[in-house]
Design a protein around this ligand. Structure first.
Ligand code: SAM
Length: 321
C-alpha cells in the first residue's frame, strides 16, 4: 500500500524539499530504511525530476536479499550508509524491530511475558532496570492484572542509531503509532501471514509486529543530542559520553504528526477533480479521480491517515513545518 505511486510521489517531493534546504548538493542521499523489496525507493526514483535523479544516491537498507530485478542504480545494504546527506525514510520499519512484552501479574507487578514456539505464554521475571524505567516514563502500567505493554526501548535505540547516520538532512519514521495518552491497555502484538492477521506465534511462519511508541523514539538521545539536554530528560546517566561528533549539526526538535497532516503538507489531499474536467479532458479526469481515491485512502481517518510520521531534521529546518 505504502509503495503506491502517490505515496512515492509524496516522498519524492519531500526529498526535493530536503534537496533545496541542503542547497542542492552534488550528491543527495535517499535511504529507504527497512526497504522490503525496494518498492518505495524504486517509486521515488521514478517520481523525481531528472536534475534531482542524476544527483541522487539511492540506498535500500534491508536484512532480506536484494530482489533480482531491482533497478541497478539502487545500492542494497544491510546497515545504513555511515554518513547520509539527504533523506532517510523508514516506512514501517520500527514496528518490525522486536520488543519484549510486559504483563501485570495478580500482585500488580509487571513481568516479562515468555512465549513458547507454539505460542503458549507464561509470566517470567519482574521487569527491571532500563526496561522498567522505560515503562514508568512511557507506558505506565496500573496495578491491574492482565494489563500489557510493549517495551519500546529497542525501537528508541534503533531509531537513534539511524538518525545518527544523518549528517545533514532529515530522518522520517512512518508507522502505526500510539502516544503516552493513547496506549492500548492490552498492547498491539499481532501476527500477519500472507497479509492476514493471525495469532502472533513465534514459529517463523508469520510476521510479528507491534505498533510503535513514536513519542518515545522522538526523544531517544542521538549522537546529535547535546549531553546536557539528554540528561535533563532523564535519558542518559551522567557518565554517558554523548558529546556530538565533530561533524554533527545541531538538531531541530523532532516532530510527530499524522500521515494525514504530513501528506497534506506535501500537497496530497484526496480532493476530487472538478467535474468540468470530465467533459474537457475525460482521460485526465479519470486519472485525477483514481489519484484522489488513492489519496483518500492514504489520508483516511481511522485508517492509514492516522499513521504517525516522526520527522527529525538535522542541520536544516523541518521541511514540513
Ligand atoms: C514491515 S516491513 C516494511 C517494508 C517496506 N518498508 C514497506 O513499507 O512495505 C519491515 C522491513 O524491515 C526489515 N528490517 C527489520 N529490521 C531491520 C534492520 N535492522 N535493518 C534492515 N532492515 C530491517 C524487514 O526485513 C522488513 O522487510
Amino acid at each position: 500500500m505504502h509503495a503506491s505511486p502517490l505515496f512515492a510521489q509524496a516522498v519524492a517531493r519531500l526529498l526535493c524539499q530536503v534537496d533545496e534546504a541542503l542547497g542542492r548538493p552534488s550528491e543527495l542521499d535517499f535511504v529507504d530504511m527497512g526497504a522490503g523489496r525496494g518498492e518505495l525507493v524504486t517509486g521515488v526514483l521514478a517520481a523525481l525530476p531528472a536534475d534531482v535523479t542524476e544527483r541522487t544516491r539511492a540506498y535500500a537498507v534491508e536484512l532480506a536479499d536484494r530482489p533480482a530485478a531491482l533497478d541497478e542504480r539502487i545500492t542494497w545494504l544491510d546497515t545504513p550508509p555511515a554518513a547520509v546527506t539527504g533523506l532517510l525514510f523508514a516506512n514501517e520499519w520500527l514496528d518490525n524491530v522486536p520488543v519484549d512484552v510486559a504483563e501485570v501479574d495478580p500482585a500488580g507487578v509487571p513481568r516479562l511475558v515468555l512465549v513458547a514456539d507454539d505460542g503458549t505464554e507464561r509470566l517470567g521475571e519482574p521487569v527491571t532496570g532500563a526496561d522498567a524505567d522505560w515503562l514508568t516514563r512511557w507506558w505506565p502500567l496500573p496495578a491491574e492484572e492482565g494489563l500489557r505493554a510493549e517495551i519500546g526501548l529497542p525501537r528508541d535505540t534503533a531509531w537513534a542509531s539511524a538518525v545518527d547516520r544523518v549528517v545533514r538532512g532529515v530522518a522520517v519514521a512512518v508507522d502505526y503509532a500510539h502516544t503516552v495518552d493513547t496506549r492500548p491497555p492490552f498492547g498491539t502484538l499481532t501476527g500477519f501471514r500472507e497479509g492476514r492477521e493471525t495469532a502472533p506465534v513465534p514459529d517463523g511462519a508469520c510476521d510479528i509486529t507491534a505498533h510503535v511508541a513514536l513519542d518515545a523514539c522522538a526523544t531517544a538521545p542521538t549522537a546529535h543530542t547535546p549531553l546536557r539536554a539528554a540528561q535533563n530528560r532523564g535519558c542518559a546517566p551522567p557518565e554517558t559520553a554523548l558529546a556530538p561528533p565533530a561533524t554533527a549539526h545541531a538538531p531541530s526538535p523532532a516532530r510527530l504528526l499524522t500521515q494525514r497532516a504530513a501528506l497534506r503538507a506535501l500537497h496530497i489531499t484526496g480532493a476530487r477533480p472538478p467535474l468540468a474536467l470530465a467533459s474537457t479532458n475525460p482521460s485526465a479526469y479519470v486519472r485525477a479521480l483514481a489519484s484522489a481515491g488513492e489519496a483518500a485512502e492514504l489520508t483516511a481517518p481511522g485508517g492509514l491517515g492516522d499513521f504517525g510520521w516522526l520527522i527529525q531534521p538535522v542541520g536544516i529546518p523541518d521541511p514540513l513545518a
